[in-house]
Design a binder for this molecule. Structure first.
Ligand code: PMP
Ligand code: GLU
Length: 395
């Protein structure tokens, strides 16, 4: 069989690949601590799950409009624009099967052959693939390590060309946990606007935040007049512990939203209807929802504190970016390379084989000097995982 040029460079998701391997080894009876994929270990809050089940029982099992249930689009618009100057317009929102599909839709609608798309590096593993699937060219660009790799307009100006059409970043970042301040984000968005570059801001971890306030600053917190074209992605997977329900959403112009909806109408049509019903409950639960979120936020913060304390104690030579959000620890491992272990991929294989700990090599995020562990696991697993790693890596 011959394959299309469309997938000539396609690789499976490395984060999903490592976690699938870890689950397989565990099913075979190996004692595995799985700190690979970033997936909250909490169950979906009962009220949300119940709404989904009730929806199924009541026949909410048919197609919805491609862009999602109107009431869910409205709720997502209100959720994403709360406290901002952007309008809470349902027509600007498209509901998709996860923020992953939202981001893909945006890339596919915005970019094409000959276009270059800047990607804040280290990056979430799927961004370059999405850009490549649109037949555009991903251009990773890293800020300085001392700023947690956050970008500045100077970093972007140094690599931009007349073909630059887009800029993709995540804040809070997967994999680093770094967060852009409102001023930093404003500078980046201003630069993008002035260059006619569309900013795609992935804010799926916005509520997994350890700084001041109840959520990390986002692109919609900026003054709309100072920002150019914008797509913001968010969703239910992380802050609502709903990874498997597959509901994400995007906020952008009405025109682009209509195009993304048209694309989706031919690809998957709509996020699963019962999942949309559950998501609507999740976004409109008021105090009960706030209490569930606060409980999960407190656990993620405690684990962030735990993992950084364990690293300081047991792996003091491993530089790490102190996470201000999300649920990962991104740490340097290149001082551990030797004749046999020459990249993070080799090292992570060794850690899996010798310590039974699954973490993701930095190659997946554009930097083979680093590795990423998820802290969306129990405190016990985090402690056991770091202790085992330190046993193999020798502190
Ligand atoms: N963006 C980032 C940065 C992520 O880590 C993830 C995790 N899967 C996603 C988007 C997509 O999430 P989902 O498709 O589950 O909404
Ligand atoms: N986003 C999570 C991660 O980076 C889940 C896996 C994925 O969708 O890539 O581990």
């Amino acid at each position: 069989m011959t394959y299309s040029e469309n997938i000539a460079r396609l690789q499976p998701s490395a984060t999903i690949a490592v976690s699938t391997l870890a689950k397989k080894l565990a099913a075979e009876g190996r004692d595995i601590v799985n700190l690979s994929a970033g997936e909250p270990d909490f169950r979906t809050p009962a009220g949300i799950a119940e709404a989904g089940v009730t929806g199924i029982r009541r026949g909410r099992t048919r197609y919805t409009p491609s862009a999602g249930l109107p009431e869910l689009r409205a709720a997502a618009a209100a959720y994403m624009t709360r406290g901002t100057s952007y309008p809470a317009e349902a027509a600007r929102v498209v509901v998709s099967a996860g923020a992953k599909q939202s981001l893909f839709n945006a890339c596919f609608c915005l970019f094409g052959p000959g276009d270059e798309v800047l990607i804040g590096s280290p990056y979430w593993t799927s961004y370059p693939e999405m850009v490549t699937l649109a037949r555009a060219e991903p251009v990773p660009v890293a800020g300085s390590e001392s700023r947690g790799f956050n970008l500045t307009p100077d970093d972007l100006e140094a690599v931009a060309t007349p073909r630059t059409r887009g800029l993709i970043l995540s804040t809070p970042s997967n994999p680093t946990g770094a967060v852009y301040s409102k001023a930093e984000l404003g500078a980046i968005a201003g630069w993008a606007g002035s260059r006619g570059v569309t900013l795609i801001s992935d804010e799926i971890y916005q509520e997994i935040y350890y700084g001041e306030g109840d959520r990390a600053p986002g692109a919609l917190d900026l003054d709309p007049d100072s920002v150019g074209d914008l797509v913001v992605a968010n969703g239910m997977s992380k802050a609502f512990a709903m990874t498997g329900w597959r509901v994400g959403f995007s906020y952008t112009t009405r025109e682009l939203a209509a195009k993304m909806s048209a694309l989706q109408s031919h690809v998957s049509l709509n996020a699963a209807t019962p999942s949309q019903v559950a998501a609507l409950e999740g976004l409109t639960r008021g105090e009960e929802g706030a209490a569930d979120l606060a409980r999960m936020q407190a656990a993620f913060r405690r684990r962030r504190d735990l993992v950084t304390r364990l690293f300081d104690e047991l792996l003091p030579d491993c530089f790490y970016v102190r996470p201000e959000g999300a649920f990962y620890l991104y740490f340097r491992v290149d001082h551990l390379f030797d004749g046999e272990v020459t990249c993070a991929g080799d090292l992570c294989t060794r850690i899996l084989e010798e310590a039974g700990v699954a973490i993701v090599p930095g190659e997946a995020f554009g930097d083979p000097r680093f590795a990423r562990m998820s802290t969306a696991s129990s405190d016990e697993d985090i402690e056991e995982g770091v202790r085992r790693m330190a046993g193999v890596l020798g502190g």
